[in-house]
Design a protein around this ligand. Structure first.
Ligand SMILES: *Cc1c(COP(=O)(O)O)cnc(C)c1O
Length: 406
């Protein structure tokens, strides 16, 4: 891998100062920064070959179509999907889950059960509640232990012939816990349930193999993995994607349209109505290339070293509660904590004045906060460009904040 100093030079925003202090960006769980290579690809698209894709006979349209479809193939390879048309471009994780939850409507009936973890992001709860309202099915939360890890025995006990969907986060955005999704998927399949894995927080941190996981669906967002906002993907097994009815109607998703009846396009276009985020898709491919140029295993190792160091240093401070598992082999990218006796918002505000960007609040996972009876947490989340020195700055910042607040 390039040195971290070299990697940092790829991210121009890291030169910013906040209140006179060099920026420490520890809010990667909300969105990552973008390397120059990705920024350049956006400028290059709009300066040299911007055009709408598919069906165009002219050169620009052909170039744009080619680049967009190459990006799809990069994603296919990245997650080891069997076919490129099993990769559907979406606007992000939220849209991917909504697509599946909407299109599964005809497959569910009253009394069926949809299982999600207690610690899901709202994006992996609300679309299923909407599906439940449409069909009379029920959404049941799978219990977790006090460190927020799935309780496998409880999960097994919940599975029955009523279980139609199991939708589970790969990595918790609020706690960083990595759940044993391969095992969860196999158990769900043993009762005939369809599975969706929310990979929004796993895809940025380590390599994904959807065939090895054997999941029916997998979703992620580009913007948390060095690509722009407004682009993401849904992976679905071919057989499932073929079974799903269209999600949105419009251009590009049809074969023929007439008032007596319309026929739909083949995959992936059946599920991609309208003009997509062409430039975003192409830039997503460049972000994937960037990650591979560093190496997925090296990214994971570097971030794990940061996590381990941060965990030790924060624990050594005393007076701080760390949430999520303390087994760092089952944790990725995120450390979530509170200063005892201080509101997370106040700590976050003081850290910002020192140039340190962390996230405070419920992290779109209110059931997690209810579980711990807290208003929110302070979350530091890492990317490949973060350094041990930046963790030291966080520790110093926390010491200062604790002196001021306690
Ligand atoms: C960010 C996130 C989402 C939602 O992603 P969007 O990019 O906002 O659509 C869903 N699940 C998890 C675990 C996340 O971290």
């Amino acid at each position: 891998m390039k040195s971290i100093a070299e990697i940092r030079r790829d991210f121009p925003i890291l030169e910013r100062k906040i209140g006179g202090n060099p920026l420490v960006y520890f809010d990667n769980g909300a969105t990552s920064q973008k390397p120059q290579q990705v920024i350049d690809s956006i400028v290059h698209f709009y300066t040299t070959y911007n055009a709408n894709i598919h069906r165009g006979v002219h050169t620009l349209s052909q170039e744009a179509t080619e680049a967009y479809e190459v990006a799809r193939k990069k994603l296919q390879k990245h997650i080891n999907a069997a076919k490129s048309y099993e990769v559907i471009f979406t606007s992000g994780t939220t849209e991917g889950i909504n697509l599946v939850a909407t299109c599964l409507t005809p497959f569910l009936k009253a009394g069926d059960e949809i299982l999600v973890l207690t610690t899901e992001h709202h994006s992996n709860i609300v679309p299923w509640q909407l599906l439940a309202e449409r069909t009379g099915a029920v959404v049941r939360p799978i219990p977790v232990d006090k460190e927020g890890m799935i309780l496998m025995e409880d999960f097994k006990a919940m599975l029955s012939e009523r279980t139609k969907v199991v939708s589970c986060q790969h990595v918790s955005n609020a706690l960083g816990n990595v759940h044993p999704v391969k095992e969860i998927i196999a158990l769900a399949h043993s009762v005939g349930a369809v599975t969706l894995i929310d990979g929004a927080q796993s895809c940025p941190h380590f390599a994904i193999d959807v065939q090895d996981l054997d999941t029916d669906f997998f979703v992620a967002s580009g913007h948390k993995m060095y690509a722009p906002t407004g682009i993401g993907f849904l992976y679905g097994k071919e057989a499932w994607l073929k079974k799903l009815p269209p999600y949105k109607g419009g251009g590009d998703m049809i074969k023929t349209v007439c008032f007596e009846g319309t026929t739909y396009a083949d995959l992936p276009y059946k599920l991609e109505a309208g003009t997509p985020n062409i430039c975003g898709g192409i830039a997503y491919g460049v972000a994937i290339d960037y990650m591979h140029s560093l190496g997925m295993a090296d990214i994971a190792a570097h971030e794990h070293a940061l996590l381990k160091y941060a965990h030790e240093q924060i624990r050594a401070l005393g007076g701080i509660t760390i949430y999520g598992t303390h087994d760092l082999e089952r944790k990725a990218g995120v450390i979530s904590f509170n200063v005892e006796g201080a509101h997370p918002y106040d700590v976050g505000t003081l850290l910002d004045q020192m140039g340190i960007a962390v996230r405070t609040g419920h992290h779109c996972a209110q059931p997690v906060m209810d579980f711990y009876h807290i208003p929110g947490t302070i979350r530091a989340s890492f990317a490949v460009y973060n350094t041990l020195e930046e963790v030291d700055r966080l520790i110093l910042g926390l010491q200062k904040a604790m002196k001021m607040l306690l």
